[in-house]
Design a protein around this ligand. Structure first.
Ligand SMILES: Cc1cc2nc3c(=O)[nH]c(=O)nc-3n(C[C@H](O)[C@H](O)[C@H](O)COP(=O)(O)OP(=O)(O)OC[C@H]3O[C@@H](n4cnc5c(N)ncnc54)[C@H](O)[C@@H]3O)c2cc1C
Length: 413
């Protein structure tokens, strides 16, 4: 039997310098320093941040600031923060409800590219080798992993895949270890630049969330940023036609300047677990693993948490297939919540298709616990398990179900 050692001098190669990859690198360096060792950590990042962008709305959800400070001693520079988000407005067909953030735990709007640059720079300061190059293939050997890139070859004791939803890397890991990437939703993003008089109270500093009644569309959101409004539409095979229809909805139009949006940008985010996201000498983190909260993501937070868990697994248990089970165990809460997340998505989708959010919003205006449940759903601040199993919410069902059935009846006739 081959002994699967973890040679620190060979170290770890990380594919992807987004939040998942950087968090893993910083944790590896920190753990090595704490035990008086050194470890070689290499990050491959194919993008030049500033010229190329990771698609993201740039909303940093609580407790991201705390995690960065506690785990890595990093403080988000004040200049990076464009706006403090004070809550959400959730829209039905006619109704709407304001769901306020706890002012002590606000979300922060930043430019995502600045966050990426900041994190990667911090990694370099801590002696992580950052190689500006695309990885093209990975080869698994009994005692090492060989990582091929545009700028050469690296041999490492283990590889961490933090490559997001890259199709090329998914194909590579699929060929090598039978990985199947997570199911995903597509997104279209555009930006509106309003007159400067709008900026101080842009969208009342709230994120406005819609469940538009179009086929193939799951949700739309308007997010106030520094000098613009980011508009996101998420669904399956969505095109500029769906975005056009969304932007024409009267309640959306009312919130936006009359014209002048930027071009459209395409993105994707995972909605379920990837297959074989860990194994002999490899662990996949962040979006690549699908270990994210489905529906309302907090994708940056979970990428950072899973990146840290991967580093802890490698340092404490090594790179073997069996050791990788520890990584799975550390991600148990996230995995368990996926079943509940899927249920919440299905309920939202059925409501959108056959009824409307209006009866739920009306009920939430009367019931604090239902209002809190809606807040947790859109903010992502509590696991779906907690939301769906809350007994107080079950008590509102006898009021809610007849109203929902009534609205289904109206829609069908
Ligand atoms: C439209 C949209 C809006 C979003 N808004 C938010 C939000 O407001 N807040 C939030 O928390 N989350 C948001 N998310 C989700 C969030 O962006 C992701 O969950 C998060 O970035 C995942 O981090 P990651 O490190 O796993 O992957 P990524 O951030 O995708 O990073 C992967 C990195 O790997 C690099 N890479 C890929 N292939 C290779 C290769 N072959 N060689 C070298 N490098 C490679 C890429 O260049 C990239 O930099 C949004 C997602 C989308 C699509």
């Amino acid at each position: 039997m081959v002994e699967e050692t973890f040679e620190k001098e060979k170290g770890v190669a990380i594919i992807g310098g987004g939040p998942g990859g950087v968090s893993c690198a910083l944790t590896l360096k920190k753990l090595a320093q704490e035990s008086g060792e050194d470890i070689r950590v290499v990050i491959y990042e194919g993008k030049r941040f500033g010229e190329h962008y990771n698609q993201c709305a740039g909303v940093l959800s609580h407790p991201l600031e705390e995690i960065l400070e506690r785990d890595f001693g990093l403080k988000i520079p004040k200049a990076m923060i464009q706006r403090t988000i004070q809550g959400y407005v959730l829209y039905g067909e006619e109704e709407e409800i304001v769901l306020e953030e706890d002012p002590t735990k606000p979300s922060l709007a930043v430019q995502r590219v600045e966050l990426d640059r900041f994190l990667l720079n911090e990694a370099m300061k801590r002696e992580v080798e950052v190689i500006q190059s695309r990885v093209t293939d990975v080869e698994f050997r009994p005692h090492e992993v060989v990582v091929y890139s545009w700028s050469g070859t690296c041999r490492a004791s283990a590889v961490v895949g933090a490559f997001g939803l890259s199709k090329a890397m998914a194909a590579c890991f699929s060929r090598r270890v039978g990985y199947a990437p997570p199911p995903h939703l597509e997104t279209l993003v555009t930006k509106f630049y309003p007159p400067s008089s709008w900026l101080p109270q842009l969208l009342e500093n709230m994120i406005h969330v819609f469940l538009p009644p179009f086929p193939r569309t799951e949700f739309g959101a308007l997010i106030p940023k520094g000098d613009h409004i980011t508009v996101i539409l998420a669904g399956w095979n969505i095109t500029t036609n769906e975005m056009g229809a969304f932007l024409s909805l009267p309640r959306v139009r009312k919130l936006l300047p009359p014209k002048g949006h930027s071009d459209f940008f395409k993105g994707r985010f995972p909605t379920g677990l990837a297959k074989r996201f860990h194994g002999h000498r490899y662990l996949l983190v962040g979006d690549a693993s699908g270990l994210v909260r489905p529906f309302k993501g907090k994708g940056i937070n979970t990428a950072i948490v899973t990146g840290k868990s991967a580093a802890l697994t490698l340092m404490n248990h090594g790179p073997s297939q069996e050791a990788s089970q520890h990584y799975r165990d550390m991600c148990k809460d996230l995995m368990e919540d996926m079943i509940y997340g899927r249920l919440a998505r299905t309920l939202a989708s059925l409501t959108r298709r056959y009824s409307s959010l209006d009866p739920i919003i009306r009920e939430a205006k009367r019931s604090e616990s239902l209002k809190e449940a809606l807040f947790f759903c859109v903010s992502g601040h509590a696991p779906y398990k907690k939301i769906l199993r809350n007994k107080a919410n079950l008590k509102v069902l006898p009021h809610l179900i007849p109203r929902l059935l009534g609205s289904i009846h109206l829609r069908l006739h």
